[in-house]
Design a binder for this molecule. Structure first.
Ligand SMILES: Cc1cc2nc3c(=O)[nH]c(=O)nc-3n(C[C@H](O)[C@H](O)[C@H](O)COP(=O)(O)O)c2cc1C
Length: 162
């Protein structure tokens, strides 16, 4: 089988990175971390305020360049943190730039409270793709390692569909 799999994600604080790496390992996938040219503040009130506003207003952001060409992959896992119940600017930019028509998409998010509309946002931004699955992972400190195990199980359960 010659199915190429990519995991693309954005992570401000490392939670989505942990899940993305677990999925990539289980799926023998390549991985692409999206990095904005200018990151939001990493601490305090302004982090939530600025990040939340950007997510609410569906803002995009300039991304650092990357060498991966998504058109070369058959299946793409797309991972987002939840910001103000939504997906994040880096993924809005990526999904506006790359039309993933006809590709198989599995969407995942990480969150502290609930996944809100984040996965629905991703599905809407990839509406001409084939959606194979979607899953949210709660990343509260005491259940983080359990969530990583769930991510491995999820990726494993999708192997026949990739
Ligand atoms: C700007 C901002 C807004 C957030 N909004 C939400 C939210 O609406 N609901 C929620 O459950 N968690 C929210 N969180 C928590 C993150 O979704 C959660 O910590 C996530 O796992 C972070 O992923 P990361 O470590 O990969 O950046 C927010 C975090 C930030 C920084």
């Amino acid at each position: 089988m010659d199915n190429k799999v990519l995991v693309v994600y954005y992570s401000l604080e490392g939670n989505t990175k942990l899940i993305a790496e677990a999925i990539a390992k289980e799926s023998a996938a390549e991985i692409l971390r999206l990095k904005p040219v200018k990151e939001i503040p990493s601490r305090g009130f302004f982090k939530y305020f600025i990040g939340g506003m950007k997510a609410m207003f569906k803002v995009k952001c300039a991304l650092q360049s990357y060498a991966v060409d998504p058109s070369q992959y058959d299946t793409i896992f797309i991972g987002t943190p939840v910001w103000a119940s939504r997906t994040v600017p880096a993924l809005r930019t990526f999904l506006a730039r790359h039309k993933l028509n006809g590709k198989k998409i599995a969407a995942f998010c990480t969150y502290m409270g609930n996944e809100g509309k984040s996965l629905k946002n991703i599905l809407k931004l990839t509406q001409n793709s084939t959606h194979i699955s979607k899953k949210g992972f709660k990343m509260l400190p005491d259940i983080k390692s359990q969530s990583i195990e769930h991510a491995v199980k999820w990726a494993s359960s999708l192997k026949d569909e990739l």
